[in-house]
Design a protein around this ligand. Structure first.
Ligand code: FMN
Length: 193
């Protein structure tokens, strides 16, 4: 349990990084359904990466010689939250077998932490977090889901998290008769309420 949840009714703290540009979309519904079972025990913080507009890494190499980054935006405060959390959820649609641009920008900015913590070991990583990947993709080819796992694992490692669960919904862009995935029907029922 992290320090700032110790005196509250919650037993753990979760940070959700949201990568869909849409409210109420398949990705958001799937994530909300996943969180429903946890919200009574976990304190959940939400970060909308389309809103925060994190600047992209320019590979200036500043972080090889110094702690920190010359780019200034809300990256640091979000990274602090991820460090404090007990679990990190990446909630995202698949875009071209990868993360949407604002999400990728955030991931790339963790290079400063990768250099400091993993490459040069100037800072210790506490290995005790859960990493969860929640994603949706338009087609039914599950290689789209697989394509996010390696970058998600690398991202999680910087915060001492391991990918422990992948939740997905495939075929969101296909007409209903072409969907081979049954789980989507449950979500559609939820959405029509
Ligand atoms: C730019 C872009 C790239 C996409 N690339 C893929 C892809 O590589 N594979 C796939 O199955 N779906 C792809 N899709 C479809 C989305 O993953 C799918 O519509 C997703 O469910 C959207 O989620 P949302 O409505 O919750 O944002 C892409 C969509 C966009 C806009």
């Amino acid at each position: 349990m992290s320090a700032n949840t110790a005196n509250k009714k919650f037993s753990s703290e979760i940070v959700v990084l949201h990568g869909s540009p849409h409210n109420d979309s398949y990705t958001e519904k799937l994530t909300a359904a996943y969180l429903e079972q946890l919200e009574s025990t976990a304190y959940v913080r939400h970060v909308d990466l389309f809103e925060t507009r994190i600047k992209p890494c320019t590979d200036c190499k500043y972080c090889y010689k110094h702690d920190g980054c010359p780019l200034h935006d809300s990256f640091e405060s979000i990274a602090d939250k991820l460090d404090q959390a007990d679990a990190i959820i990446l909630s995202t649609p698949v875009y071209y077998l990868g993360f949407p641009a604002p999400f990728k920008a955030f991931i790339d900015r963790t290079q400063q932490l990768f250099v400091r913590r993993v490459l040069f070991k100037r800072e210790k990583i506490a290995n005790n977090k859960k990493g969860i990947l929640i994603c949706t993709c338009g087609g039914c080819d599950l290689s789209a889901v697989e394509s996010l796992k390696a970058p998600a694992e690398m991202f999680f490692s910087v915060f001492g998290a391991t990918l422990s669960e992948t939740v997905y919904l495939a075929g969101t862009d296909l007409p209903p008769e072409k969907r081979r995935c049954n789980r989507i029907k449950l979500i559609e029922k939820e959405m029509s309420k």
